[in-house]
Design a protein around this ligand. Structure first.
Ligand SMILES: C[S@@+](CC[C@H](N)C(=O)[O-])C[C@H]1O[C@@H](n2cnc3c(N)ncnc32)[C@H](O)[C@@H]1O
Length: 290
């Protein structure tokens, strides 16, 4: 099955033209321009869990889970999680990436099928993909936060996947160079926007040792289309690095990745991108940066 056809039937979240206009003309300028101290006071007084999660760990796994679950109790969280463009786009990205990875699992030409998930948080996208795939695969998940894994183990158990998901606490910049198991698919959804160009390039070089020719890397780009970067920086302390799919492709190319396929989610905030390890043998010399 082609990757395009595996996406049929996904129910994405979309914005009506009127909602887009209201965000562009009124809501985003208000969010971006009102003093950050006002927002912090309102969100603090309203016990916003999304704000608390970001203040404790900007861009961490907990805010991701709050956005995924989509049913917060507090009024501010209901407004932000259900109406905010980024949380909607995050849920779209989860659906898109989960389907794509499941389809890639079914297409792998060797056994056993093994996923390496970097900056995996509690592994919700990984669990989605393992559950949707028609064949068996297992996964190693790496994240800085070990508290993500308590939640992740519980979630994996509820999905009947506990014996297929191994959690490793550590910094992906160190852990990747120590992994020696052959990897069929690498997933880096939700991490490149938090690390530098050099770090992405370094991780890509390390992956070369464990990814056979034809194996896939699945990552995402993020664009400024959400229109609320200033709000997220000032109010949540979230400093994301916005890069186009092409900019990330150029960082991965010197390590031997190519044949990129790009899949946008409908809000235009995220693109999920699949690249392939080119070359013939594991450990082959990387291409020189051009
Ligand atoms: C935005 S969350 C994404 C979680 C998950 N990949 C998803 O998309 O649902 C980013 C995750 O990356 C982790 N992270 C950030 N920098 C990291 C690093 N250098 N090494 C390991 N994990 C990292 C954070 O702890 C966090 O759990």
């Amino acid at each position: 099955m082609s990757l395009d056809s595996c996406l049929e039937g996904i129910e994405f979240e979309r914005l009506t033209p009127l909602a887009r206009l209201a965000k562009k003309v009124v809501l985003n300028p208000l969010a971006n321009r009102l003093p950050a101290s006002w927002w912090k006071k309102w969100l603090g007084n309203g016990n916003s869990e999304l704000a608390q999660a970001n203040w404790g760990n900007p861009g961490g796994w907990r805010s991701m889970v709050i956005s995924y679950q989509g049913k917060p109790e507090k009024l501010w969280d209901r407004l932000l999680v259900n109406g905010g463009t980024i949380p909607m786009a995050l849920r779209n990205r989860r659906k898109l990436a989960g389907r794509i990875i499941a389809s890639l699992i079914d297409q792998v030409d060797h056994e056993p099928v093994h996923l390496l998930c970097l900056g995996a948080g509690p592994g919700m996208i990984t669990a989605d993909a393992l559950a949707m795939a028609n064949r068996r695969a297992d996964a190693t998940l790496v994240d800085l936060s070990d508290d993500a894994f308590d939640f992740g183990r519980q979630h994996a158990t509820e999905m009947g996947l506990r014996d297929r998901m191994t959690f490793i606490q550590g910094d992906v910049r160190d852990v990747v160079s120590r992994i020696d198991q052959r990897v069929s698919i690498v997933k880096t959804i939700g991490i490149f926007e938090y690390i530098t160009d050099d770090e992405i390039g370094g991780i890509a070089q390390s992956l070369r040792r464990v990814m056979p020719a034809g194996s896939a890397i699945v990552f995402n780009s993020i664009s400024l289309r959400h229109g609320t970067d200033r709000f997220f920086r000032r109010v949540f302390g979230l400093h994301m690095i916005h890069r186009s799919p092409r900019q990330i492709q150029e960082l991965l190319d010197p390590a031997g990745f190519g044949r990129f396929d790009i899949f946008p989610e409908p809000l235009g905030v995220y693109h999920v991108v699949v690249g392939r390890m080119e070359g013939k043998n594991l450990g082959e010399s990387p291409r020189k940066p051009s």
